[in-house]
Design a protein around this ligand. Sequence first.
Ligand SMILES: Cc1cc2nc3c(=O)[nH]c(=O)nc-3n(C[C@H](O)[C@H](O)[C@H](O)COP(=O)(O)OP(=O)(O)OC[C@H]3O[C@@H](n4cnc5c(N)ncnc54)[C@H](O)[C@@H]3O)c2cc1C
Length: 563
Amino acid sequence: MDFDAIVVGSGISGGWAAKELCERGLKTLLIERGRNVTHRTDYNDFATPWQVPNRGEVAQDEAAEHYAIQSTCPAFNAATKQWWVRDSEHPYATPSDRPYNWIRGYHLGGRSITWGRQTYRMSDVDFNANKLDGHGIDWPIRYADVQPWYDRVERFAGISGANEGLEHLPDGQFLPPLELNCLEVAFKKRIEEYYPTRRVTPGRCAHLTEPTPEHLALGRGPCQARDVCERGCGYGAYFSSLSATLPAARKTNNLTVVTDAIVERLDYDHAKRRVSGVRVIDAQTKQGRSYQARVVFVCASTVATTQILLASKSENFARGLANRSDTLGRHLMDHVVGIGASGTHPGFLDRYYYGRRPTGFYVPRYINITENADVDFVRGFGFQGYSGRSSWQRGEHEVGVGAELKQRLREPGRWEMTLIGFGEMLPGADNRVTLDEARRDSWGIPLVHIDCAHGENERRMAERANQDAVRMLIAAGFENVTPFGAIRPPGSSVHEMGTARMGRDPATSVLNGHNQAHDISNLFVTDGSCMTSTGSVNPSLTYMALSARAANYAADLLASGEI
Ligand SMILES: Cc1cc2nc3c(=O)[nH]c(=O)nc-3n(C[C@H](O)[C@H](O)[C@H](O)COP(=O)(O)OP(=O)(O)OC[C@H]3O[C@@H](n4cnc5c(N)ncnc54)[C@H](O)[C@@H]3O)c2cc1C
């Protein structure tokens, strides 16, 4: 064996798996298909506005030719485009009437550089949901199984937030929250009075407000409220693989990283019933090679992991590795987005705020929890909210000409607020990732085919979310209140999940309750593909907790000789 453990993918889940395995004393190889990135020096977070081409806009023809999908992501701009794949070089297929936005970045650190850093725990409302309403299979775990791992990952990552004592949005190990501004304080008061079943809390996010000695020892510092996070943060103030998990893994001297190495497939040894090797193609030379280890963690992100496992067909696994159940690739889910509303608020014109907070506020799910009347769908949605004063940079409202306009631009504009809904999507067997064997990419790997669409439950939920967002803003005294338009295509929230789900029964799931393949004891999958349902909260904190949990479980099994 070359290594004790191999981890495929260096994003949020792979970073956590590598850190935990290394800290357990295992010689670990981290394989990343994208280029190497050096923390701090490879970011352009100190670029001034005039150093960013076209004031941040990517030319329309360049976006259309090379970034047709990636440019639909709001964080894509001229200062960040190096963190997204060129769609022209990394194609995938969808049916023409069922678009899917597969948003991704291939480089060390994956999307841990560009993520929005909103971090919420799932609760037993989520872990019980499938069992209670019959959509999907039962999760093999409950909140109590993950709770200590949420504690562990929150302390290490550094999550700012406020404890609220809600069972359906569990409290955590938080650093002090980022403050609500005056309008948000007023909104919170009004909403909680008007709707006693709803809560408004500062957005929980992976930003250091008061770094601990553990954070400082990794070279991380407090958030400077610059709000250029998706360019990378030279202060290491938000959690990423590059600022946090990989430096911690390197400290153990157990980590080896290879970049520009595209995992093509895993080899399976039928006699030993184990994964026996990881085959890679060099991204530059296109030469093949392979690595061996005692245990393999696949953390390449939901769709890419599915691609690798489906491509790892063999005589014993004709439908893809660890896929006796035929559930691999099925039940693709993503949060329902494109829902919510915005409005403007009169008054508060003598009030401003300091800095550019990297978060806003959160209205946790209440539908089908604290409010059940008149609901014609299952599950629910939460709202992330943002507010501030409009300015010439942000405000399409600030139009005009001449001296009067120039004078007005010197003053901040009126107060605005946006409520952005994130709704749960149900698992459906026909929402599916498969391989198009007839079409290959530049490295000879079959293209991914994604066939996924929202259903009636998601549509009803979206309608209700728009209505509720409008009603809340009006109740809180907003004007010019406008609901969002249509629900966006799946993939748009970049929370893809479910294609190698966990379950109790090997006949209906790929992984057991420890993220270990039912069929292959030395194979673990800990990215979003393991998720049995989506819940309504941003999922990456859960991937972190499950990755840490699974890595420690695997280390125990290796230590006891069971795998
Ligand atoms: C703009 C934006 C905002 C977001 N906001 C939030 C948020 O607020 N909260 C939240 O919870 N989530 C958010 N997300 C989602 C979050 O980024 C993902 O859930 C998370 O990064 C998934 O982690 P991962 O490890 O599964 O995948 P990734 O972080 O994508 O990492 C996967 C890695 O695997 C590598 N890889 C892929 N294929 C192969 C292969 N064949 N061989 C070798 N390596 C491979 C990739 O190059 C990549 O580095 C956001 C994402 C984006 C883009």
